[in-house]
Design a protein around this ligand. Structure first.
Ligand SMILES: C[S@@+](CC[C@H](N)C(=O)[O-])C[C@H]1O[C@@H](n2cnc3c(N)ncnc32)[C@H](O)[C@@H]1O
Length: 286
């Protein structure tokens, strides 16, 4: 969801530990996230033609999305395997599956860059807002394609390009830069530029996917107040949690105040906050 991805992560931190630290925040806010994001999961499942009885793999599932929506759709005759690198995110995913009474979904801790499922294991592979976290997306896409059954499909969501695609993440990062001047991100291993739909489309075609389609979807996140919104981003963003680990309560309060001022255009008449976002869904067949 909206995390302040423009704020650089601390050096040497591995992704799993960073995401472990925000798992409690994602648990606290999952209804806010899913109220907005469920439409994206549903569209991904439509694009991948997920139906009853199918075998589905969800990569970088976080607290279980879109795995849980897929588990409902494939039904008792189907099966969903959901993987993530963060054990704490997966603990919450398991809790959520149990709460929903879903017994056809299994969660496994796994690095998406090192998946070793036998070829042809799944009818559909899904990845919502996880592809661009991977150190080598091109290799990951090739592995995903091998994992699919001959007529299987892959559907992914990535953020659209530009500051308007995730206004909260952009504003949160801008205020962090203004107050703390965090260092520029270090050069990393090859990765897809964060949100470039063309790049994802080209990477999927390059990995051998057929019938590649890309579309943009809008989703709006809502909070009851500006305070709730600033608390949300400080709870769910791995980058901001790392940034504020060494900061004083006063600095945190000032950060929230400055961010709240930037959020004014999104404040509704009743004091709630509504922020529109744009995401890309891409799909292709093996
Ligand atoms: C933005 S969250 C998305 C979670 C979920 N798919 C959703 O849409 O709510 C990104 C997830 O990617 C996971 N992740 C990051 N790097 C990963 C990797 N190398 N392998 C597997 N999961 C990874 C994180 O632990 C986190 O749960």
């Amino acid at each position: 969801m909206s995390t302040a991805s423009n704020v650089p992560a601390p050096d040497g931190e591995d992704q799993g530990r960073q995401w472990d630290r925000v798992a409690a925040g994602w648990k606290k806010w999952w209804r806010t996230i899913e109220d907005a994001a469920r439409c994206v999961s549903e569209r991904m499942l439509d694009l991948a033609e997920v139906g009853p009885g199918q075998r589905v793999l969800d990569i970088a599932t976080g607290i279980g999305e879109p795995a849980l929506v897929a588990a409902s759709r494939v039904g008792p005759a189907g099966r969903v395997v959901a993987t993530d690198i963060s054990s704490r995110m997966l603990d919450i995913a398991r809790e959520r599956a149990a709460m929903s009474g879903l017994a056809n979904v299994e969660f496994r801790q796994a690095d998406a860059g090192r998946l070793d499922f036998p070829g042809g294991s799944f009818d559909a592979v899904l990845c919502r807002w996880g592809v661009t976290s991977l150190p080598n997306p091109s290799n990951a896409l090739a592995t995903i394609r091998r994992t699919l059954a001959p007529d299987g499909a892959f559907a992914a969501a990535v953020w659209s390009a530009g500051a308007d695609s995730r206004p909260l993440a952009s504003l949160a990062a801008a205020v962090a830069r203004e107050m703390f001047d965090p260092p520029a991100p270090r050069p990393q291993a090859p990765s897809l530029p964060g949100s470039a739909e063309d790049t994802l489309e080209q990477a999927m075609i390059h990995a051998g996917f057929a019938d590649v389609r890309v579309e943009e979807i809008g989703l709006a996140l809502e909070w009851v107040s500006t305070e709730a919104c600033t608390q949300y981003i400080l709870d769910v963003s791995p980058e901001l949690v790392a940034l504020f680990a060494g900061k004083s309560p006063g600095q945190r309060a000032e950060y929230r105040q400055r961010l709240a001022e930037r959020l004014r255009p999104y404040v509704l008449g009743d004091g709630g906050v509504r922020i529109p976002n744009m995401t890309i869904c891409a799909a292709g067949r093996r």
